[in-house]
Design a protein around this ligand. Structure first.
Ligand code: NAD
Ligand code: UDP
Length: 314
């Protein structure tokens, strides 16, 4: 039997990224406690882990305190798709802010290391390109995306203040658009939308003229970066960008999905949502230097894996 290395809490562990993280941490011989309120996540994502002797599943909402003894906490609980985080914006802010206070309070009490899944959204609609961590961002504080963007910004503030004031060992990663198997097929994000539309030969919905850009990272690369970040010495707090610098327009993504699926779908245009960032690309110099990390999976390969998942699971 493998030696248990660490006891690790993953909040949001039944979500897209969280379920991949739980799987990987278990593979490394750790004991994993997955905590989720199933707001956007699903038991289906982790059902194959339920019989694992070192996996535990807890239904809990992080806006209420929770007590457990662990060595490390990965704080991922928060809806990530604009459709979901805008559905109940007050709850989104509460999850980021009150949830972070609760998890940081726990980390302080039990002397655990804690990693925050922050986001490229802290840069808002950036006027510096690509975005380095030193850039403070261009964020609308009162728009439809603000519940997520400002919630995540306040969470970063809380993480740093627990570090300065209480010496909690914190780690912040700023995650750029990530895709892969186990994304919710209806969660409204662009990769899942385009793949589902293409597989059904339905119209592909381009918001605006499709010239806005994103840099898409395959989920396995992200998990590797998060685990490397957690393993850094205590004086490394971040924030550190974790993303794939290869930037694509949304139109390019649509054509790539059509090509790889062999779909008959046509492109149609819909209005661009308010405050939709026009460009986004991570500067990953810090991740390369500090974590010795860079993405290894390029868009075509990642899309093929994701398309195969959607073909067989949806
Ligand atoms: P997801 O929606 O699939 O997962 C989020 C999980 O958190 C879900 O399982 C959901 O049920 C759970 N959750 C939400 N509110 C909760 C609460 N109050 N208490 C307990 N659980 C709660 O999203 P994801 O793509 O897996 O994102 C995971 C994390 O990574 C999020 O914090 C997100 O902000 C961050 N992130 C993701 C991306 C991306 O492209 N996927 C980019 C930047 C940041
Ligand atoms: N988008 C699109 N069609 C869709 C879904 C999204 O054109 O069906 C666009 C959206 O307007 C944005 C980009 O794709 O410019 C990425 O959207 P997503 O919701 O995936 O992530 P985010 O905007 O948070 O980066």
């Amino acid at each position: 039997m493998k030696r248990i290395t660490k006891k690790i809490l993953v909040t949001g562990g039944a979500g897209f990224v969280g379920s991949h993280l739980c799987e990987r941490l278990l593979k490394e011989g750790n004991e994993v406690i997955c905590l989720d309120n199933y707001y956007t996540g699903s038991k289906r994502n982790i059902i194959h882990l339920l019989n694992h002797p070192y996996f535990e599943l807890i239904r809990h909402d992080i806006t209420s305190p929770y007590f457990i003894e662990v060595d490390e906490i990965y704080n991922l609980a928060c809806p990530a798709s604009p459709v979901h985080y805008q559905f109940n914006p007050i709850k989104t802010v509460k999850t980021s802010v009150m949830g972070s206070v609760n998890m940081l309070g726990l980390a302080k009490r039990i002397h655990a290391k804690i990693l925050q899944a922050s986001t490229s959204e802290v840069y808002g609609d950036p006027d510096i390109h690509p975005q380095p961590e030193s850039y403070w961002g261009n964020v609308n504080p009162i728009g439809r995306r603000s519940c997520y963007d400002e919630g995540k910004r306040c969470a970063e503030t809380l993480f740093m203040d627990y570090y300065y004031q209480n010496k909690v060992r914190v780690k912040i990663v700023r995650i750029f658009n990530t895709y892969g198997p186990k994304m919710h097929p209806n969660d409204g994000r662009v990769v899942s939308n385009f793949i589902m539309q293409a597989l059904r030969n339905e119209d592909i919905t381009i918001y605006g003229d499709g010239s806005q850009t994103r840099s898409f990272q395959y989920v396995d690369d992200l998990i590797e970066g998060m685990i490397k970040m957690m393993a850094t010495p205590d004086d490394v707090t971040g924030p550190i960008n974790i993303g794939n610098p290869n930037e694509f327009t949304i139109l390019q993504l649509a054509h790539e999905v059509i090509r790889l699926t062999g779909s008959k779908s046509k492109l149609i245009h819909k209005p661009l949502p308010a405050d939709d960032p026009t460009q986004r690309q991570p500067d990953i110099t810090r991740a390369k230097n500090i974590l010795n990390w860079q993405p290894t999976i390029q868009l075509e390969d990642g899309l093929i894996k994701t398309i195969n998942y959607f073909k067989t699971h949806v």
